[in-house]
Design a protein around this ligand. Structure first.
Ligand SMILES: Nc1ncnc2c1ncn2[C@@H]1O[C@H](COP(=O)(O)OP(=O)(O)O)[C@@H](O)[C@H]1O
Ligand SMILES: [Mg+2]
Length: 141
């Protein structure tokens, strides 16, 4: 487990870049932390490091945003996902099988379903207006 403190959105994105460089095709990154924690900022950094040039935004309404690049990246929002069938229907397991890097915001909403997954788990806590404590478990950071 590694714990980091960031003091800006850019520092959080930079940590996302660092983590992405340790991942391989089919890696799964599960985020917890409430609205405005910085999950999407972290994913923006990941996409940049993976060479994806598509714009990164919260996939709240789409459930999944897919970013093209040398290492494709599927970015999920599990806010409205509560069952394994929901996850399957959204293509979650297909993207993993196809070798995408998969990241999921609001993984706490599907915690039971994802409990057994081999994943890097990233928790972001707001400790101040511009301060975040970011805990990374199961990764190489
Ligand atoms: N250290 C920080 N890391 C990430 N975001 C920060 C930080 N400090 C302030 N912010 C702000 O918090 C918000 C995070 O938004 P976002 O990444 O969309 O969060 P989430 O996806 O978790 O809802 C942005 O408005 C960003 O500018
Ligand atoms: Mg978000």
């Amino acid at each position: 487990m590694a714990v980091f403190e960031t003091h800006s959105q850019d520092e959080t994105a930079a940590l996302g870049e660092q983590l992405a460089r340790t991942l391989s095709p089919g890696s799964l990154v599960l985020f917890t932390g409430g609205l405005g924690a910085g999950k999407t900022a972290f994913c923006r950094g990941m996409a940049h490091a993976l060479g994806c040039t598509d714009e990164v935004s919260s996939p709240t309404f789409a459930i999944a945003n897919v970013y093209r690049g040398p290492q494709p990246f599927a970015h999920f929002d599990l806010y409205r996902i509560h069952t394994r069938e929901d996850l399957e229907a959204a293509g979650f397991y297909d993207y993993l099988d196809m070798g995408y890097i998969v990241a999921a915001e609001w993984s706490e909403n599907a915690a039971d379903i994802l409990a057994g997954e081999d994943a890097v788990r990233v928790d972001i806590v707001r400790t101040g207006d511009n301060d975040r404590r970011i805990t990374v478990e199961g990764g190489a950071l």
